[in-house]
Design a protein around this ligand. Structure first.
Ligand code: ATP
Ligand code: MG
Length: 201
């Protein structure tokens, strides 16, 4: 039986990495094989592109193309083989992040991103996308406490407001796939919300 593809999305500092181990533990305790991966990255080539993408300035469309190039390799090497053998794939970001960051944030048109999406994964969409949603000020504050910023994290509040809005409008277009998680509440509450959703898979 084919596995399931679960993606985590949301702004920097929204809480994705914090809660991934809990999701994985919950799925493994039910006996599933779980593949924990991330974007950009997930393969040696993808991790190489990640280092460039997170630290070097480039044209917005170059950024979009490299994101989808890394994604093509990720799907071929990791995601599809895992789903085919029945594993659950949990990915920290996937194409919705391109629509939010390169689209909403950098202004690459939806038409171009949809073209890349239909090229790179015409028949694949996540079975479930957990969108971690927090007010921009909260995510900025959390990151300021947590670590030194990468290229994206150095952007302005205006940029992150566009990211958040792009994510929410993408979620509104595919309500059957998305669950929007209010992650502006204590971690224990967020964890419980997530476990309740994962239990239904
Ligand atoms: N519900 C919460 N309440 C308070 N702090 C939180 C909460 N969730 C996460 N944090 C803190 O916010 C910081 C960022 O969280 P995390 O690294 O999980 O975000 P992320 O969504 O993975 O961000 P990025 O996209 O940049 O990787 C961490 O220091 C984490 O401990
Ligand atoms: Mg993270």
């Amino acid at each position: 039986m084919r596995g399931k593809f679960i993606t985590l999305e949301g702004m920097d500092g929204a809480g994705k990495s914090t809660h991934i181990p809990e999701i994985i533990t919950a799925l493994e305790s039910r006996g599933f094989e779980v593949v924990n991966t991330r974007e950009p990255g997930g393969t040696p080539l993808g991790e190489g592109l990640r280092r460039i993408l997170l630290h070097e300035a480039m044209h917005p469309e170059t950024e979009a193309l490299l994101m989808f190039a890394a994604r093509r390799e990720h799907i071929a090497q990791v995601i599809e083989p895992a789903l085919a053998r029945g594993a659950y794939v949990v990915s920290d970001r996937f194409s919705d992040a391109s629509f939010a960051y390169q689209g909403g944030g950098r202004g690459v048109t939806a038409e171009k991103l949809e073209l890349l999406e239909s090229w790179v994964h015409p028949d694949l969409q996540p079975d479930l996308t957990l969108l971690f949603d927090v007010p921009v000020e909260v995510s900025v504050q959390r990151l300021a406490n947590a670590r030194s910023p990468d290229k994206f994290e150095q952007e302005s509040v205006a940029f992150f407001t566009k990211i958040r809005n792009a994510y929410l409008s993408r979620a509104a277009k595919s309500p059957e796939r998305f669950r929007v998680i209010n992650s502006n509440q204590p971690k224990d509450r967020v964890k419980q919300l997530l476990l309740d959703i994962v239990d239904t898979l």
